[in-house]
Design a protein around this ligand. Structure first.
Ligand code: GLT
Ligand code: MN
Length: 394
């Protein structure tokens, strides 16, 4: 065991889970449920007992569609009592805009204005509930925003409809003085044949088209599995969001590339890749919400569900320790220094354009052959050193 700790999670980790992950009963498109339901309140209490800092929820995970006001109040006060007793917080809320058949062809992007209006009203109500529970963020995963039949929906029109909804909802949050950000969660497909806003880049570009007053409050919460479904690299996708100042929340899990949405536990498919995700968060001091959004295997019973909850956080903590080891490892540091070295005189030559800077740069005589030979890039050695460190033989 490590010098650092027992890998127990603490509040500063900001680990959270979707209650829906714990409530998941193992149903998939080919098979029925495989375990008994755990209700939302029990899920929240169980998460708190295992050291999670926060939980997130869809409106209907806790409050069914059509629930009476009295029932909503009763559940609210039970939930708040659990939060007070255990210290767990509600970090994010979201709206289920995908399960009910009314959303079969989209919510914000449905062709039917009445469905779109219902969707936005449903989100306003969900925002009120989340705000009452103290949520700092509100998620937008466009589960049904997309198409199979491209003839039916104009994607340009869909983008405008999506924008109108978000602009309206941002203004709603401000009007109510809720201290709440929004995040968009990209996904390339499933359940739709193709979904709008399929990648981090798409979402960032879309955010830049929102009303100026709203742009600051909207970021992204990319999910590892969704990124890998598109065959992209989560380390790079998260990095772009960090660089844009738009990474407000993570959805952590794991996934084999270019397959259906597997929602595997963090670190269960590609440990090395997960190491780099954790490294990015450590190196760039990510201080946002780290939510695990994945499902226990269908084979698990209730005990297995809690094993699943614990393993996600534990793997993250172990990888975090490996990151610190790697960042301090003398051989790795020496190699990196060599790899990243260079003639400082050339640094920043074109950071700011001036005619003089352009003249200066044009006047330099480069010898590309010599430049290519100039430095040793011992990447085989670098990668092997890291591999051995991860395997615990260094
Ligand atoms: C759904 C999806 C997740 C989203 C959730 C938020 S629900 O399970 O697969 O990735 O984050 O609506
Ligand atoms: Mn997710």
């Amino acid at each position: 065991m490590s010098s650092m700790s027992s890998y127990a999670p603490s509040a500063s980790d900001k680990f959270a889970f979707g209650v829906w992950c714990v409530m998941n009963r193992g149903r998939d498109p080919f098979g029925d449920v495989t375990r008994r339901p755990i209700d939302a309140l029990k899920a929240v209490r169980g998460l708190a007992e295992r050291g999670a800092w926060g939980f997130e929820f869809h409106d209907n995970d806790i409050f069914p569609i059509g629930a009476s006001a009295a029932r909503v109040r009763r559940t609210m006060s039970e939930l708040k009592k659990i939060m007070r007793d255990t210290g767990i917080r509600c970090c994010s809320g979201t709206t289920n805009l995908f399960y009910h058949p009314v959303f079969k062809d989209g919510a914000f992007t449905s062709n039917d204005p009445k469905v779109r209006a219902y969707a936005v009203q449903k989100v306003m109500n969900a925002i009120d509930l989340a705000a009452e529970l103290g949520a700092q963020n509100f998620l937008f995963w466009g589960g049904r925003e997309g198409a199979e039949v491209d003839f039916a929906k104009d994607p340009v029109v869909s983008a405008k409809r999506f924008r109108d909804a978000l602009n309206f909802l941002c203004a709603y949050v401000r009007q109510n003085r809720y201290a709440m950000t929004f995040t968009i969660e990209p996904k390339p497909n499933e359940p739709r044949g193709d979904m709008y806003l399929p990648s981090v880049g798409n979402a960032l570009a879309f955010i830049a088209t929102l009303d100026k007053a709203n742009q600051k409050m909207v970021g992204v919460n990319p999910e590892v599995a969704h990124i890998k479904m598109a065959g992209l690299n989560p380390y790079h996708e998260f990095a772009q969001a960090i660089e844009a100042g738009r990474l407000f929340e993570l959805h952590l899990n794991d996934q084999k590339p270019v397959r259906y949405d597997q929602d595997l536990a963090f670190g269960s498919a590609d440990l090395k890749e997960c190491f780099f995700i954790v490294k990015l968060m450590v190196d760039h001091r990510f201080d946002g919400i780290k939510a695990f959004d994945c499902h226990p295997y269908r084979t698990e019973d209730e005990d297995g569900v809690w094993d699943f909850v614990e393993r996600n956080m534990r793997t993250y903590k172990i990888l975090e320790e490996k990151v610190h080891e790697a960042n301090q490892n003398r051989e790795l540091c020496a190699l990196l220094e060599e790899i990243r070295a260079g003639d400082k005189a050339f640094d920043g030559l074109y950071r700011r354009f001036t005619p003089a800077a352009a003249r200066k740069l044009k006047g330099i005589r480069f010898d590309p052959d010599r430049l290519a030979r100039g430095r040793k890039l011992a990447y085989e050695k670098l990668d092997q050193l890291l591999t051995e460190l991860l395997l615990g033989v260094r």
